[in-house]
Design a protein around this ligand. Structure first.
Ligand code: NAP
Length: 254
């Protein structure tokens, strides 16, 4: 095998808020070079100023953006680690009332976007000698729930492609990690899912004393990608104690 190049450099998508932003902070604290990717330029600029990460605005579903991203990261020295966090949910309706556009959005970002970034960066990760791909899926990708069908379908798909990738890339010494969180209280996830309805979004977390935070998930990601490279944490399921299953969430005083 060729000598390992640029060991501690990651590209993190979804970096403008929530779990992605927290992951950029966590990896910068480890002294890693970090390329932070999302669409909102001003938020990336603030994170860049705060952490020293390199912000690169891009839409992961657009081929031209992905090509430009690859060129920029290559010119800046490349990466050993791709952390696919960008994604999300739209809608919580049963299939009888669901909107096609919501499903298209979810499939496009969670599945096609993850595929496009992974396909673009795989040659670099193979060439590195000790590459890592980490995909942020969800417990919604492991068990279905009422009102979850579109998000379930997208996250089950992302879970399946992660498993296929692990089998395909072992020969190239690229390890493939899946992190599947349960309820995480982030600023925008529920708000985006519920069409910007603040009240409905707040209800998701109502009475849940300690949902996971973005920082909790980022700590797990940090551990998984900084562990010795031969250690592959295939799949990590992380839930708050208050949510022992998708359908069981302990709420107090409600
Ligand atoms: P979030 O706060 O909604 O953040 C989503 C991130 O994805 C944002 O940074 C957004 O940035 C980026 N993004 C969306 N579409 C994009 C696109 N086309 N191109 C580039 N970036 C794009 O979500 P979160 O709560 O941190 O969750 C992050 C991931 O964890 C998602 O995949 C989500 O499905 C998953 N997850 C969340 C939870 C939860 O309860 N919160 C639980 C399990 C799994 P821009 O808008 O700036 O582009």
């Amino acid at each position: 095998m060729s000598e390992v190049a640029n060991k501690n450099a990651a590209l993190v998508t979804g970096a403008s808020t929530g779990i992605g932003e927290a992951t950029v902070r966590a990896l910068r604290q480890e002294g890693w070079t970090v390329f932070a990717v999302a669409r909102r330029e001003e938020r990336l600029a603030a994170l860049e100023a705060e952490t020293g990460a390199v912000g690169i605005p891009a839409d992961i579903t657009e081929d031209a953006d992905v090509e430009r991203l690859l060129a920029d990261v290559t010119a800046a020295g490349g990466i050993s680690t791709l952390v696919n966090i960008a994604g999300g949910a739209r809608g919580a309706d049963p299939i009888a009332q669901t909107r096609t556009g919501d499903w298209e959005w979810m499939y496009r970002v969670n599945v096609i976007g993850t595929m496009k970034l992974t396909r673009a960066f795989l040659p670099m990760l193979r060439e590195n000698g000790e590459g890592t791909v980490l995909n942020l899926t969800s417990t919604a990708g492991l068990a279905a729930y009422e009102g979850g069908a579109g998000y379930n379908a997208a996250k089950f798909a992302q879970h399946a492609m992660t498993a296929a990738l692990r089998l395909e890339e072992a020969e190239h010494n690229v390890r493939v990690i899946e992190v599947a969180p349960g309820l995480v209280h982030t600023e925008e996830f529920a708000l985006n899912r519920l069409g910007g309805n603040q009240e409905a979004a707040a209800k998701i977390y109502q009475g849940v004393e300690k949902p996971l935070t973005a920082g909790d998930v980022a700590d797990v990601i940090r551990y998984a990608v900084t562990a010795p490279h031969h250690v592959n944490l295939d799949q990590i399921v992380i839930r708050p104690v208050a949510q022992p299953a998708n359908h069981k969430l302990i709420r107090k005083n409600v």
